[in-house]
Design a protein around this ligand. Structure first.
Ligand SMILES: [Zn+2]
Ligand SMILES: [Zn+2]
Length: 364
């Protein structure tokens, strides 16, 4: 099969013929239908975060069709449409047993090793091991994934749009619903309107937030934010976000930072009102430190981390598909380009420049 192989940080994707072994215990072989290009892929490419040993097949925001069900897997049949995610779980480690499967130790070790749950890889080229990115490795025609990270979706759900649910939507929508638990009538500000930020905006709309302020440096993304639910737009290249937010509503109950940058974290923190919360959704560079003004703590303002929108895969994915199919969740608007395997390098250049909402790799 063909896959886009990345040989190291800063390298270009090369489309190569690679081998993929059959699924082992607890695994599925999936024909990839679509894979969104997410900031986490870019972080691996650019080395902002150390996420996988190389050479590797990247890609993790994916959907596809089950081709083969490995041993000891229940709940999946050949032909099922699935989304695949970066939060598979073993069910038996301390985190899994304590109800925090998104922090599964087995999955974490597998990802660090670039393998699946037993540490080994199903991917190779000319006898040399290739690593799986975050157990998904979806910039390829086929992939083998842990079944616990996959969820069956309705057949009427379009697969390219379903791919977005697997990461950007679960993260953004989940940050609002699960991490922050935004109440109806709240004031919300969203710093950074890429794939995740736009889903924070629409999550806030669905949660019934009264004021939803979208902040970005590109007008194109701000217009998209308006389409999916923003009530106010701030272009940070021409105005100061903190004073603009204060002018609009005096400060927000929830500020979401979706870029993983110190400067926008400081702006987001400065826009929070008394008793409000800053939620850090964007991933910072490995080892990064941030400096923030300590005085708002006396106003009982708080800062909360967020991983994968505190999502519950089995509950949230079906609910989000239903929400899309009923016209509540907007996904069509979020796909800016559909590309093929050979266009990954150009599409990542666009992502690096902050252009467009979501580029999605699609297979015919
Ligand atoms: Zn992602
Ligand atoms: Zn576990």
């Amino acid at each position: 099969m063909q896959a886009a192989v990345l040989d190291g940080v800063g390298a270009k994707f090369e489309v190569r013929e690679v081998e993929l072994d059959s699924p082992k215990t607890g695994e599925l072989l999936v024909k990839v239908a679509a894979s969104g290009l997410c900031a986490s892929d870019l972080n691996a490419v650019d080395g902002k975060r150390t996420l996988v040993p190389f050479p590797a097949v990247i890609g993790h925001e994916a959907s596809g069709v089950v081709v083969e069900v490995g041993p000891d897997v229940s709940g999946f049949s050949v032909g099922d449409h699935v989304v695949m995610s970066i939060v598979p779980n073993c069910g038996v480690c301390d985190y899994c047993k304590s109800g925090r499967p998104n922090y599964c130790t087995t999955a974490g070790s597998a990802m660090s090793a670039g393998g699946l749950f037993d540490g080994t890889s199903r991917l190779s080229a000319n006898g040399q091991r290739l690593n799986h990115f975050l157990t998904v490795a979806s910039f390829a025609q086929y992939t083998v994934v842990p079944a616990s990270g996959a969820v069956v979706i309705p057949i009427e759900m379009p697969l390219d749009r379903a791919a977005l649910i697997s990461c950007a939507v679960l993260t953004g929508y989940g940050a609002v619903m699960n991490t922050a638990k935004v109440e109806a009538g709240s004031r919300v500000a969203v710093f950074g309107c890429g794939g995740v930020g736009l889903n924070i905006v629409q999550g806030a709309r669905i949660a019934g937030a009264k004021t939803i302020i979208a902040i970005d440096v590109t007008q194109e993304k701000l217009e998209l934010a308006k389409k999916v639910g923003a009530t106010h737009l701030i272009n940070a290249t021409t105005s100061d976000p903190i004073s603009e937010v204060k002018k609009i509503c005096g400060g927000v109950d929830y500020a979401f930072e979706a870029l993983g940058r110190e400067s926008t974290i400081q702006q987001a923190w400065g826009s929070v009102d008394v008793d409000g919360t800053l939620i850090l959704v964007g991933l910072l560079k490995s080892g990064a430190k941030i400096t923030i003004d300590a005085s708002p703590f006396v106003n009982e303002q708080s800062i909360k981390g967020c991983y994968f929108g505190s999502s519950n895969l089995r509950l949230d994915v079906p609910a989000l598909c239903k929400s899309y199919l009923s016209g509540e969740l907007f996904l069509d608007e979020l796909i800016s380009e559909r590309i093929g395997l050979s266009e990954l390098n150009v599409a990542f250049d666009r992502l690096r420049k902050g252009e467009g909402a979501r580029n999605v790799l699609v297979f015919e």
